[in-house]
Design a binder for this molecule. Structure first.
Ligand code: ARG
Length: 416
């Protein structure tokens, strides 16, 4: 087979030519590896407007083939004590993959016992080099967590732009499922946000070096002003920065979601009220361990990531309780190896219905709080999944929840 030459921009924006000999790629790099997708039997109907209505059909992610991704402008891992010093990359250790898959399979089985249909994505060879006309990226990432990639609003499945090059092609893991739903459900809408270019212009030069050297209060100032990693060159968002409350969608500006992304979402969902939100957190990255609705009138907030007084006022004005989530069981020092999420995955819960929540089984304070608030709690072991990118909410995408589009915020207040 012919070698392929690709000219790309390197990190100093100089054109370099890289040569790939397709003939040397193993067949597993050219085709999909096992296992393939798993699709449950049943009549498919896509419908989900919020995070709490009774759940009937869901996607649960898989840890197969996940990698510590190759360095890119947006993210550089540095875990020397766990075998991945800065600059290195490669497959997650197999025993960790197995442990995570066991917990993911267990979650899938519990959901099924509760009458929920469960589908699973098709992993790719995530260790392969991927490229577009603008760049080459030495690895992909994984098909955990699905929540980041697909957004379900009513009967629509929307593929998010994503903002890491290593995650650019991740939607492909879900395509066999989405194609199946599209064929089965005549009312389903299938949409994809504009694929981003992700050239150097999409990121602020030298952002991480500078940010890492700043004291916490200066970092928080940057967060408050949304002076973060991404430029506004093109719309960028991860689906997990969006929290769905019926007619109101709250979108967190973060390291992976920019204002232009919010603007795109506003135009795309003209019948929704789309609110840009910022919390006091120095590494904002997905809203689902920060601002977590559990039923109409009740949202949990993260005490270490304060919401703005205006946001809280808006919720109060509409008769919502804003309750602080309980202290997590873990802390920064005893997170699992290779984990880039925080101990606040304790708040990353999945609702089975407005009275029933899945909670990580060691998070006893969170469970107490939920009992106290009148919920049935289903404990699930899940910390082995954390190094793959998230907790119970991150690891799932709800496709069908009973119930329709409702307005839970009839009263306007300030900017909201
Ligand atoms: N950034 C959050 C934290 O570390 C984790 C949220 C992950 N969510 C997700 N959908 N991947 O606290």
């Amino acid at each position: 087979m012919q070698p392929v030459n690709r000219t790309v921009m390197d990190s100093r924006m100089e054109a370099v030519t890289m040569t790939y000999d397709i003939g040397t790629l193993s067949t597993s790099q050219l085709t999909q590896t096992q296992p393939r997708e798993t699709i449950s039997k049943g009549v498919t109907k896509i419908n989900s407007w919020n995070e709490w209505d009774p759940l009937k059909h869901v996607i649960v992610g898989r840890a197969d083939g996940a990698v510590v991704q190759a360095p890119e402008i947006a993210v550089q891992r540095d875990w020397p004590e766990h075998g991945f010093p800065r600059g290195s990359y490669g497959p997650m250790p197999q025993h960790m993959v197995d442990a995570a898959n066991e917990q993911l399979d267990n979650l899938a089985a519990i959901l099924q016992k509760r009458g929920v249909r469960v589908d699973r994505p098709a992993p790719l060879d995530f260790s392969q080099t991927v490229m577009t006309p603008d760049w080459v990226q030495e690895s992909m990432f994984g098909c955990m967590p699905p929540r980041d990639v697909l957004l379900v609003i009513g009967n629509e499945i929307l593929e998010a732009t994503m903002s890491f090059r290593s995650r650019w092609f991740e939607y492909l893991c879900y395509r066999p499922l989405v194609e199946h739903y599209f064929a089965e459900d005549r009312d389903m809408k299938w949409e994809a946000a504009p694929k981003p270019r992700l050239t150097e212009r999409s990121y602020k030069p030298g952002f991480w070096e500078e940010y890492g050297s700043l004291p916490i209060d200066e970092r928080l100032n940057k967060v408050r002003q949304n002076d973060l990693l991404l430029t506004e060159t093109e719309p960028l968002f991860d689906a997990a920065d969006i929290s769905r409350f019926g007619k109101d969608l709250f979108v967190q500006l973060s390291m992976v979601t920019n204002r232009s992304g919010v603007k795109w979402l506003r135009k795309h969902f003209p019948d929704h009220r789309i609110h840009e939100v910022i919390f006091d957190e120095d590494g904002p990255f997905h809203i689902d361990a920060t601002w977590v609705p559990l039923r109409p009138g009740l949202v949990l907030h993260n005490g270490e990531r304060t919401a703005s007084p205006e946001l809280i006022k808006f919720f109060h004005k509409n008769d919502w309780d804003v309750i602080e989530g309980a202290q997590p069981t873990r802390n920064k020092e005893n997170l699992p190896a290779l984990c880039f999420c925080s101990q606040w995955l304790s708040m990353n819960m999945l609702s089975l219905d407005p009275n029933t929540v899945f909670v990580e089984q060691s998070e006893t304070a969170q469970m107490e709080l939920l009992y106290h608030l009148g919920f049935e709690v289903i404990p699930v072991p899940f910390w082995d999944v954390a190094p793959f990118g998230g907790g119970l909410h991150c690891s799932t995408i709800d496709l069908l929840r009973e119930g329709g589009l409702e307005d839970y915020f009839p009263a306007r207040c300030g900017i909201f």
